[in-house]
Design a protein around this ligand. Structure first.
Ligand code: ACO
Length: 325
């Protein structure tokens, strides 16, 4: 049976030049390199320069992904930017990227699911492609979380960083089997009752300010592994695949302990985990495509590999995607 598949044809990434180490962090708040590494695995993070906006990061990653796919902006039908740190309340950061890429047709919009944003965007792109509403979609996860951190709160400011990752998906044909290239399954979840464990204490409608990130770290940690495992198992069940079939596990990069705990619970060996949290910190919606780009560039992820992506974030939101690349 011939089916339409969303096939990954290009990848790109961008990290701001400025690196903030744990040692420098210890000069800002009462913390230490030892504490941060032991609790999170994070060694450093990148911070956007003054005046460098989420759209700038997004555009740099997008240009690289388009070049990788051999496409130009005008070839696209749709751009989705997953971000919780847009340039402005409106219009969408995606429309700024659209204009900068010279794309004058199609549509562009932002998607807000915080750290899960890229997985939500990927599932959305897959729906557009499979229902033949779009043939070529550019997905971007881009964040400047440094702008919404409380730099006096050591329990949160040490965790996050800035960056962007992008992927191009194009419609292609498959046989409807798990050997097909492309997105094989996605599974999305949310639970608004968990709002108070991770949120920003501002917004246009509530305070008319941007606000700062607030988090109950242990509370988030308690839900993370259970939720992520559930979303992954739903995608595996849908396809009949199992953990042993997965070549690479590309998780949201929140905390090395969450990555290891999730892989263990799923039965995925540690040498199959792509981990960039040590060098990037948690870049929210950018983390999955950034991690993928690193492993693709260094040759670990190869054509034909089965890649499992997952994320969890504020809301709570969480989800998974199985992609044969
Ligand atoms: N440096 C030194 N000490 C610190 C720091 C810091 N940066 N931050 C907190 N502490 C102290 C606390 O004050 C506390 O001190 P006390 O015992 O004297 O009260 C002690 O360390 C332990 O604090 P906990 O919050 O219990 O530490 P925990 O082991 O839970 O680690 C962490 C905290 C790293 C935030 C962990 O809970 C975590 O990773 N949670 C998941 C959160 C997350 O990843 N969020 C990202 C967004 S959601 C997502 O992406 C999945």
């Amino acid at each position: 049976m011939s089916v339409i598949r969303s096939i990954l044809t290009g990848v790109g990434s961008y990290l701001p030049d400025r690196i903030l180490t744990n040692a420098e962090m210890a000069e800002l708040v009462d913390t230490s390199d030892e504490w941060i590494q032991a609790r999170t695995g994070i060694k450093q993070r990148h911070i956007a320069a003054q005046g460098e906006l989420t759209s700038d990061l997004a555009l740099a990653a997008a240009r690289e992904a388009l070049t990788d796919a051999g496409l130009e902006g005008r070839d696209l039908d749709l751009i989705i930017v997953a971000t919780a740190t847009p340039d402005q309340t409106f219009p969408a950061t995606a429309t700024k990227v659209q204009a900068a890429l010279g794309m004058t047709t199609g549509a562009a919009f932002d998607l807000q699911a915080v750290c899960s944003g890229f997985i939500f965007a990927l599932a959305t792109a897959n729906s557009f492609i499979r229902t033949q509403q779009a043939k070529r979609v550019l997905l971007i996860g881009a964040e400047t979380f440094s702008r919404i951190l409380d730099w006096e709160d050591r329990s949160t400011c040490v965790l996050f960083g800035d960056g962007a990752g992008a992927m191009v998906f194009e419609a292609g044909e498959g046989e409807g089997s798990n050997e097909d290239k492309g997105i094989l399954a996605t599974h999305l979840r949310s639970d608004g009752r968990q709002h108070d464990l991770l949120y920003v204490d501002g917004g246009p409608s509530s305070t008319q300010t941007t606000g700062h990130l607030r988090m109950n770290g242990p509370g988030v940690f308690r839900h993370a592994i259970t939720n992520i495992t559930e979303a992954v198992n739903s995608s595996l069940d849908e396809t009949g695949l199992n953990a042993a079939d997965i070549d690479w596990f590309v998780p949201h990069q929140a905390n090395q302990r969450i990555l290891d705990g999730t892989a263990k619970k799923l039965g995925i060996s540690t040498d199959r985990i792509i981990s960039t949290v040590g060098l990037h910190g948690n870049t929210s919606a950018a983390s999955v495509p950034l991690a993928y780009a690193v492993a693709r560039a260094d040759g670990r992820i190869k054509d034909g590999d089965l890649v499992l992506m997952e994320a969890m974030g504020g809301g709570f939101t969480w989800g998974s995607a199985l992609v044969r690349v």
